[in-house]
Design a protein around this ligand. Structure first.
Ligand code: GLC
Ligand code: CA
Length: 625
């Protein structure tokens, strides 16, 4: 296919009051984790030719954009999020020629290509960092170098500049004997943080970004981009470093405090993003930018994504996939629907007038959503709940992201032993938390089964052969991470033939966003916010194309109802009212199967359920009023 797959929203329809209609307003993005997508040379790692070979599958699914997790040259300490050369491809994935070919083939199919921009940190093997280890080199100030805590012997335990812990375990400071100082690394010690206060660092990053865009890519997903501006004081010093070592935050049972309050959304965040926009994106058309934004509030999301501020197109916020109340992800309380409602309502509400939001439940850092919030205990429940959760997400306003395998209803890995894990965070935190006595080994294994990042990183399940079609069944090397045992049941080949599969359902959801401007641009309002099982909302669009009040005339409205449980439920009052369901259980407005745009059950069954004001397990539908 060489034509555009979708009709962009007509100009008369505004995505909201302030935003002129950008091309991505009704687009869907698909995230590829390259090392787990498709291996073509039998080394057990996915590669770029593998992605190219699967573009027809993606075109058929209907996605508009693919985002590749990092494929740049990297020692692979954190699976490519530790980059040693931004302008080359890691040999594991192929060559620059392979990348050029992927871009061209994707564009031929009307699919845009987004790359991962990892510039909060580099690899410690990057030439910039190696040069920085010499105090007299021009790169000396490109990273956060600090001396040992006063009165301590450099390199000895407790001599770190402060008590910040790395998100991947251990201190956030590493001693370099060559320089005789410590460098800051919020992630692994092979991921030193770049010093964005230095204008030369920023200029080098912008040069690199322009080089890639000139090569033909369409935008960037920006890794932890809201950590680039640190809360330095008037002397350019980090909090709790040097003379002030006691004020570096609350220390946890493992002996470390979180750098987040001091290193996230710092005072120059907006300035840096606006500068990046000027230096890289001004004058370019058809690009897309999405920033990974841990710890950013919905209000800050509105500011950063307000087109008037010229920063980023959209952000990933995380409160909805993180435990509330400051709990750690490893020890969190069970998930509650109320938390999801609260967070998503916050995201939607904040960008009602200006700005934009992204929609996602899965990525390479999250467990599989069907295992997390759905039910994968039987295949029927898995299929039903995967569809219900997908419908819930995709009927919101914003840009949906589908993470590879999500469209198949792929599940968590359920590894039984620690040596099956490859993720450095999982392995480091296992040791740190069990050694500190915070969790027992059994508790930690259970936590990994539920939350480890490797749950979403198992190879893509293409078919029922030995390695799920990820690599050839006779390949000399097994995949780098074990294939999920359920690939005989959960795989693309099987689902493609089945009109009732999760895959077919995603295809319809994606098509619906392309076709129906109410889905793409309509206003959003929660219904029955207090119901503990049913998630319902209404989308509305004025006929003149501008999303507005729910109750005005001349509006097109869609009511979305999702039973987020495996038991039957009652359609709650406000939702029933909106649907025109009478109190007696008979219809007043005239429920019609034709008005059901999509449902997790056959439309006639949903229409019958509506007559009785009830919902079957995981029943979810969108109903056009
Ligand atoms: C982001 C990435 C994650 C990575 C981390 C450090 O959170 O999504 O995979 O480990 O940043 O780069
Ligand atoms: Ca390979």
């Amino acid at each position: 296919m060489t034509t555009e797959q979708r009709t962009p929203l007509p100009d008369s329809i505004h995505t909201n009051g302030a935003t002129p209609n950008p091309w991505w307003a009704n687009a869907v993005v698909y995230q590829i984790y390259p090392r787990s997508f498709q291996d073509t040379n039998g080394d057990g790692y996915g590669d770029l030719p593998g992605i190219t070979s699967r573009l027809d599958y993606l075109a058929d699914l209907g996605v508009d954009v693919i985002w590749l997790s990092p494929v740049f040259k990297s020692p692979q300490d954190d699976n490519g999020y530790d980059i040693s050369d931004y302008q080359d491809i890691d040999p594991m994935f192929g060559t620059l020629d392979d990348m050029d070919e992927l871009i061209e083939e994707a564009h031929d199919r009307g699919i845009k290509v987004v790359m991962d921009l990892v510039v909060n940190h580099t690899s410690d093997e990057h030439a910039w960092f190696q040069a920085s280890r010499d105090k007299n080199d021009p790169h000396a100030d490109w990273y956060w170098w600090r001396p040992a805590r006063p009165g301590h012997e450099p390199g000895t335990p407790g001599a770190e500049p402060n008590r910040w812990g790395s998100y991947f375990g251990g201190s956030a400071w590493e001693y370099d004997p060559k320089r005789g100082e410590y460098y800051l690394h919020q992630f692994s010690k092979k991921q030193p943080d770049l010093n964005w206060e230095n204008p030369e660092v920023r200029a080098a990053v912008y040069r690199m970004m322009n080089w890639w865009l000139d090569r033909g890519i369409d935008g960037f997903r920006m890794d932890v981009i809201t950590l680039i501006s640190k809360h330095v004081d008037a002397n350019g010093e980090l909090p709790g470093v040097g003379a002030n070592t006691e004020s570096d935050g609350q220390v946890g049972p493992d002996g470390y405090s979180s750098p987040n309050p001091f290193c996230a959304d710092g005072p120059r965040q907006d300035e840096f993003l606006a500068e990046m926009h000027r230096e890289v994106f001004d004058g370019r058309e058809g690009t897309i930018t999405v920033g990974e934004a841990p710890g950013i509030t919905p209000e800050r999301n509105r500011h950063i994504t307000d087109p008037a501020n010229r920063e980023l197109d959209m952000l990933f916020l995380f409160d909805h996939v993180e435990p509330g109340g400051g709990q750690s992800k490893w020890t969190a309380e069970p998930w509650r629907l109320a938390h999801l409602k609260h967070c998503l309502a916050g995201h939607q509400g904040a960008v009602r007038e200006s700005g934009w939001t992204s929609l996602f439940f899965n990525n390479h850092d999250q467990p599989r959503v069907v295992s997390r919030w759905g039910d994968d205990s039987t295949d029927e429940a898995r299929v039903r709940s995967a569809k219900a959760i997908a419908l819930l997400l995709h009927m919101h306003r914003g840009t949906p992201y589908v993470y590879q395998g999500e469209e198949l209803g792929m599940t968590n890995a359920y590894f039984e032993s620690l040596d099956q894990y490859r993720d450095l965070e999982s392995i480091n935190m296992y040791h740190q938390l069990t050694e500190a006595g915070v969790m027992t080994p059994d508790e930690m294994m259970a936590a990994l089964k539920a939350i480890s990042r490797d749950n979403s990183r198992t190879p893509m399940q293409w078919d029922a052969t030995k390695y799920a079609g990820f690599t050839a069944p006779y390949a000399p090397t097994a995949p780098w991470l074990a294939v999920n045992a359920n690939h005989d049941v959960v795989n693309a080949k099987k689902e493609k033939r089945d009109p009732d599969s999760v895959l077919s359902f995603y295809k319809r959801l994606i098509a619906l966003r392309h076709e129906n401007p109410v889905v793409a641009a309509g206003d959003w309002r929660m219904l029955d916010g207090d119901d503990p099982h049913v998630y319902a909302f209404v989308r509305s669009l004025h006929e003149d194309g501008v999303g507005g009040g729910i109750d005005g005339s001349g509006e097109r409205r869609i009511v979305v109802v999702v039973n987020m449980s495996g038991s039957g439920a009652k359609i709650p009052a406000e939702t029933a009212d909106m649907l025109g369901l009478g109190l007696s259980g008979t219809t007043l407005g005239g429920v019609s199967a034709d008005r059901i745009l999509i449902s997790t059950y056959p439309a006639e069954e949903t229409a019958a359920d509506l007559l009785f004001g009830k919902l079957s397990p995981w029943e979810a539908f969108a109903y056009e009023l």
